[in-house]
Design a protein around this ligand. Structure first.
Ligand code: PLP
Length: 393
């Protein structure tokens, strides 16, 4: 099986698992306890905090551990909502549903900043929306297209007006340089499983000096910023992958190989298949993502043929009750109709191999040809997967 759905999730690196195993096996003490094993758990948490901080250019006391990207996002938006004055919340039109739904749930109106046809935030229109805004959230890289957003520029505009800004960096983290001081944001959300760490753990960066209001209320864990007994193995795993990424540096060899794999996969399809379009900017793009539309194909049918042939990827559009419709990201980019329905997202990880990239392209070419000549139409009876997952990834 070739897995090209790394934007959905990634496998843990063996070193990460190794770091976690002792805590899964023996580390049952509650870190809030007043005895030796609890103190050791507390130390492990603080060590992981220092590693995450060092990786993203933050201070340890600016890191709050959470249960993942969704909780980090909800916490950041909730905190800003409780502490800023009247005004709108401005989010980009292409945010992940974690941000969109959390923003809708706040006490203030939501304004959606549009993107250009290449999927990049329209900074002029964003700036115009800032008059009347009290808080902002702009993602760093889109989960569907991989298009990297001008967060640094957006943050500078928000800062000029004294408006706090959060960035969802869930997809950028581990795939490109990430430094909180360079981005200039007040809050930033991470999720470990998107960059070879464990599921169910993430971090929220809270800039020193910014006022904070917790979402999870209860005990005083995480410096009273996130109540609840800590997920020690998960936090240790996040610390382990953060240390690995810090040691490798921003543009390490494995990332370069991943980019070459993605590019060779994409060029093979563009060369050998007519009617293929790359969606979104190819300049400002994560090194692992390829979002493609296949003329004359329905993603629902194509994805089943690919799964049957041993290639796992994701529909490039939204999926509801077995029907493909353009996602909010595609609609924001002006991608509609057949181009929207015939799009797939392929996302590589550093664990894929060049041979897999080559074989994946061969599999896609064969499947698209089968759909186009009619021999692959009608779906695959008895196939184990449902094309539509349960949510946005
Ligand atoms: N933000 C983005 C851009 C994502 O891609 C995801 C996951 O799909 C999330 C937030 C939510 O992360 P998690 O599912 O780990 O809570």
């Amino acid at each position: 099986m070739i897995h090209l759905d790394a934007n959905g999730s990634t496998a843990m690196l063996p070193e990460v698992l190794e770091a976690m195993l002792p805590w899964l096996r023996d580390g049952h003490a509650n870190p809030s306890g007043a005895y030796q094993s609890a103190r050791l758990a507390r130390e492990a948490i603080e060590e992981a905090r220092a590693k995450v901080a060092a990786w993203i250019g933050a201070e340890a006391d600016e890191i709050v551990f959470t249960s993942g990207g969704t909780e980090s996002v909800n916490t950041a938006l909730h905190s800003m909502d409780r502490l800023v004055g009247a005004g709108t919340v401005v989010v980009s039109a292409i945010e992940h549903s974690a941000v969109l739904r959390a923003a809708e749930d706040l006490t203030r109106p939501v304004k959606h900043a549009p993107v250009h046809a290449d999927g990049r935030l329209d900074l002029e229109k964003f700036q115009a929306l800032l008059s009347g805004a009290a808080m902002v959230s702009i993602m760093a890289a889109n989960n569907e297209t991989g298009v990297v957003q001008p967060v640094h520029e957006a943050a500078a505009m928000a800062r000029e007006r004294g408006i706090p800004i959060h960035s969802d960096v869930v997809q950028l983290a581990g795939k490109a340089d990430l430094n909180v001081r360079h981005l200039g944001v007040d809050f930033l959300s991470l999720s470990a499983h998107k960059f070879h760490g464990p599921k169910g753990v993430g971090a929220l960066y809270v800039r020193r000096g910014i006022r904070f209001y917790p979402l999870m209320k209860g005990g005083t864990q995480e410096n009273a910023r996130r109540a609840g007994t800590e997920n020690v193995p998960g936090i240790v795993g996040l610390g382990a992958i953060a240390a690995i990424l810090t040691n490798r540096g921003a543009e390490h060899g494995a990332l370069r190989v991943m980019r070459v794999m993605r590019d060779s996969f994409e060029s093979k399809l563009l060369q050998e298949l007519p009617g293929v379009t790359v969606n979104g900017s190819t300049i400002h793009r994560l090194p692992n993502t390829s979002h493609l539309s296949f003329e004359g194909c329905e993603a629902v049918e194509l994805i089943q043929l690919l799964d049957q042939a041993g290639l796992e990827c994701s529909a490039g559009s939204a999926c509801m009750a077995g029907k493909i419709r353009p996602s909010h990201v595609q609609l924001a980019m002006g991608i509609d109709g057949a181009r929207g329905r015939g799009s797939l997202r392929f996302s590589f990880s550093i664990l894929n191999t060049p041979a897999e990239a080559h074989n994946a392209a061969e599999i896609v070419i064969a499947a698209v040809n089968r759909l186009r000549d009619g021999t692959g139409r009608g779906g695959v009876p008895g196939l184990r997967t449902t094309v539509c997952g349960l949510g946005e990834t």
